[in-house]
Design a protein around this ligand. Structure first.
Ligand code: G6P
Length: 586
């Protein structure tokens, strides 16, 4: 949610380096963009505009340092004035997060000159106010002021700051991700690795309440509360540049759907030791909760069925934003399992922080290794799906499901059997996804694309997949889609069925087929997704029989369908309106 990026180097093209890096972070927000450069005479120049950054061609003046931002609007509408960077006096800043008490400070500063409605401009104002009180302004004073100001901020932030008259760039974080990339003679700071991955894969992760100062190759980490210097370990990330690019593919979403030919097998490529450690964490707990948001929450719901069926363990599933109501049950015997692609989702992070304080044991499954959630966990299982850039989560979801399925087998002491099932699932998925299959689904999409409503039903672990199917279709095609437990149909939703209403039926079990028949009797157009054709299906999308891991295979044709519905409607599936990939605000 909002991408931020900074570079300090010896070359004079910092503006275009930042613009290029921001384009790779656009999935974090695409309401507006902006870049500030320090020109060669030391002045700071800001360029910003409303709209997506991907199509921007901009010529910047010569500069060795620049910061930039691609915005997902929170405080203040989508306007040029609200676009970052924000400049107050000699201070220029970009920000990812939410400054909750900014109104208090806006009043205190009493500056009529604030240009925007944003919380960020107030941070710039606070910094400028404390800087002008200093006798001289050097790097030391700027760092002091940043520490003072950050102490006043309630909420989450990742900020990048440039100050006129002081070379170098300052960054600080609490709650929002910041990662430093080490080039040869230049240094980068970004909210996610793809921004600089083509330049370097050597990184340092900033932790909460840390600050860093960069100037060309010079890097100084310090504690944001005390100012004490901090040493950091260099980490080599394994993501490859090509994985973060869409190459010949028209969109990231379809590329990532096809990536599932490999990613499912990769997700389960873990040694038994780590899986057993994770299983032990569950076994030693007295009560366990899955907490997650969006697609990851639907994955957790499917995993609730996996654990129930495979290891006989009941795990409660709660959307992270609702978990506070159940916190009174969290204690040192509780296991909290966080499922998150980004590892940065604010609602999940907050529950984990609070759960940890109550003594709970944290198990996390994330795609972004070394993300905040991964680092907070007692045990971390990476899902190894590689960068996922499309806002709609596809490959991360199936990798999460595969790994949780395997974990349920680890919990029951049968890892090898679980692996056997998943390997054959991965192989049949590899066979399934090909251009011919995609074309078959595109033709089905053409038949239903004009309908304003669509319903999806499923039972057991295909019930959460019905919910997930609805998310996929809504978010990229803007067609109203709703998922139901198949048995719930006759308790209300069936009233919505009219002649020709498209209904996706996930699974071909007898009871589900009966429900499909009830729909068809009311005129529904039935698209069945199952291993076997059923008479009731008007269209049939075949999926392999996956022996308990059916949810993993079944969601894939729906992902392809959602993608083509979006494309047929002339929409950009990678950047649905109003959404962002990584939601780092509550
Ligand atoms: C956003 C994304 C979803 C994602 C959800 C949770 O809403 O658009 O695709 O499922 O956040 O994100 P996480 O990174 O925690 O899985």
């Amino acid at each position: 949610m909002c991408g931020i990026f900074a570079v300090s180097g010896q070359e004079k093209n910092a503006g275009s380096v930042v613009l290029r890096g921001l384009k790779k972070l656009e999935y974090r927000g695409y309401d507006s963009w902006g870049v500030a450069i320090r020109n060669l005479s030391g002045g700071i120049e800001v360029d910003k505009e409303v709209g997506k950054i991907s199509s921007v061609q901009h010529k910047f003046g010569s500069a060795k340092e620049a910061i930039g931002h691609t915005r997902w609007a929170t405080h203040g509408g989508v306007t040029k004035k609200n676009a970052h960077p924000h400049k107050v006096g000699g201070v220029t800043i970009v920000h990812n997060g939410i400054f909750e008490n900014y109104q208090v400070w806006k009043k205190k500063l009493n500056k009529n000159s604030f240009q925007s409605e944003t919380d960020t401009e107030i941070i710039a104002g606070m910094l400028e106010t404390s800087l002008v009180k200093k006798k001289e302004i050097t790097k030391k004073e700027v760092a002091e002021c940043i520490r003072e100001v950050c102490a006043e901020i309630q909420g989450r932030f990742g900020i990048l700051v440039m100050v006129e008259g002081v070379s170098g760039i300052f960054a600080a974080r609490r709650g929002s991700p910041l990662i430093l990339g080490r080039g040869k003679k230049e240094t980068y700071i970004a909210s996610d690795i793809p921004a600089f991955l083509e330049k370097t894969n050597t990184v340092n992760y900033l932790d909460d309440d840390e600050m860093v100062y960069i100037q060309e190759g010079k890097v100084e980490f310090s504690n944001l509360k005390t100012g004490a210097l901090v040493k950091k370990r260099d980490i080599k990330v394994s993501w490859k540049t090509e994985e973060a690019e869409k190459g010949e593919w028209p969109h990231f979403m379809i590329k990532e759907i096809f990536d599932q030919k490999d990613t499912i097998a990769r997700a389960i490529n873990h040694d038994d030791k780590l899986l057993n450690k994770a299983a032990k964490l569950l076994q030693s707990a007295n009560g366990a909760y899955f907490v997650a948001c969006g697609t990851a929450h639907k994955v957790a719901m499917a995993a609730e069925y996996f654990f129930t069926e495979i290891s006989g363990r009941k795990i409660n599933v709660v959307p992270a934003s609702e978990m506070t109501s159940f916190e009174k049950f969290v204690n040192k015997k509780t296991a909290i399992i966080a499922v998150s692609q980004s590892g940065e989702t604010a609602d999940v992070l907050e529950i984990l922080e609070r759960g940890k304080k109550r003594g709970a044991k944290i198990l996390a499954l994330t795609n972004v290794e070394s993300s905040s959630i991964a680092r907070l966990a007692h045990v971390h299982l990476p899902i190894k799906a590689g960068p996922e850039k499309a806002v709609a989560s596809t490959k991360a979801a199936t990798s999460q499901m595969a790994l949780l399925f395997l974990l349920a087998f680890a919990d029951s002491g049968q890892i090898n059997f679980g692996r056997f099932i998943l390997r054959s699932t991965a192989e049949s998925i590899n066979d399934l996804i090909n251009p011919r299959y995609e074309e078959r689904i595109r033709r089905v999409a053409k038949k239903i694309v004009k309908h304003p409503n669509l319903f999806i039903i499923g039972r057991k672990s295909l019930y959460p997949m019905a919910l997930e199917s609805a998310i996929k279709i809504q978010e990229v095609s803007y067609i109203h889609a709703q998922g139901f437990a198949a048995g719930e149909l006759k308790h209300g939703p069936i009233a919505l069925i009219e002649k020709g209403t498209p209904c996706l039926v996930l699974g071909g079990g007898q009871e589900t087929v009966s429900n499909a028949t009830e729909l068809k009797a009311r005129g529904a157009f039935i698209i069945g997704i199952s291993p076997n054709r059923q008479d009731v299906f008007d269209e049939w999308l075949k999926v392999p029989d996956c022996n308990g891991a059916q949810a993993i295979a079944t969601i894939i044709p729906v992902q392809i369908l959602a993608y083509h519905l979006a494309v047929l409607r002339g929409l950009d599936p990678d950047m649905p309106r109003n959404l962002a990939k990584s939601v780092t605000v509550k």
